[in-house]
Design a binder for this molecule. Sequence first.
Ligand SMILES: [Zn+2]
Length: 492
Amino acid sequence: MARQPIRIAVLNFVHETVTFLPNDTTRGDFIYEGSPAKGEALLGWDSRNYMGGFVKVAREHDGVELVGIESPLWPKTGTGSGWITEDAYEHFLGRQIAELEAGGRWDGVYLALHGAMGVRGVPKPEADIARRVRAVVGHGAFIVGTFDPHGNEDEEFLAAADMAFTVKYFPHYDAHLQGERAARMLIRAIRGDYKPATTTVKVPILAPSVAQWTGASPWMDLVQRALAWEAREPDLYVNVFFSFGYADVPDVGMTIQAMSNGKPELAHKAADDMAAWVWRRRKELLSTIKVHLIPEGVKLAKQAIAKGATPVVLADHSDRSGSATWLLQEVIKQDLEGVLFATIADRKAVMAVKDKGLKAGDPFDMEIGGLADESAGQPVRVKGTVEGVRHAFGLHWVAVAFGKGNVVLLSEYLTQVMDPYGLKGFDVAQFKAFAIKSRVHFRRGFDDSGFAKTILLVEPVEPFLGTVRLDALPYKNVDVRKFYPFGDVSFP
Ligand SMILES: [Zn+2]
């Protein structure tokens, strides 16, 4: 017997908003070649991510029609911009809702989300998106969302939507897998084969992103515990939101979700077990990594180079604008050699090089970086030689050689280098150290691969906006004293 055809609307709206950055994320930041995307362009935009997994599995099912609703992709600022303006949010969401309304009857909706979106005037945007989509599609349709582990969510999302699947690892290795699950479970629910019974538990822990690396215990054990629940109970799914403390939003903090097939008590049991485990291990969860102040970190890097424990990674995890020069200043001060800085974000400098028509071999003498806000520090005058000017990923890049074997790569926006071999055009072997702007993503290519012999996480002496010292941030919507380790908190 032929099954009823199924129509699923696919929407994407993602950002990890550092609300403490001074530059708002505007409508224009979401508009560039390829974004917004709709139809096949949306469905095919990121085959390694949630979207790719979702589309792959949905299309393994007969009679499933996917409709790519016009959606903004990541803003071109990446994660280097602050509050999304209400104008931008309403513009894109408004068009999505209008297209859903005009699109006839829907059996299901897939929301490709992140969870740490911060919108001026909208306290919990992902829940708001789910509610507004529900108002159009009604209770006869199922809504599933996929999320980043850095999402800030509470019970409101699943009050409006039916299901959620969150990436478990950081680095985000399993995004594709969670997209696959979202498709399979959405189709099962639509066909009456799965009745989502969900529960959400918030745990009052606020951990800085850099601490959340799941390559080491106890974060690795936390992932393992969720996987063990999923392994031992058919049709049970467990999500852990590690949370994103650089967004000043009311639903910040760790969150556990569990979902069962029509067994609310099982979902409660799993979520309560996970939450209790997290709370028991809170001290260890907050002390997995060592962050050095930059002067000390650079000194340790110099010692490592002298001992031949190279390559060294100096990861300034805290730079949220991409323009921070603290590490550059200190490396110059302590006279290190053979360091690649990737990157310093300075759109003005990049454009100046382009406009002047500078080419490899030309002299370079400019102030670079800094001044995005106080966390970026002062610009640094670099005198050297242009090593290359490139156009890649739709953006311009400039490499400048200076000092003894040092190179600084200038980018237009904050850039997290995740893999040394992603640094196209560089002879990676010539460098003794890599000074990068990344918290955990770099572990893909620098650590999990076995590349780096020494890894040093650093941040500036002052607790600027990307600091692990979250209680130094100027929150307005969050009382950090209600979260471990910043206050005297009890749970449950
Ligand atoms: Zn993330």
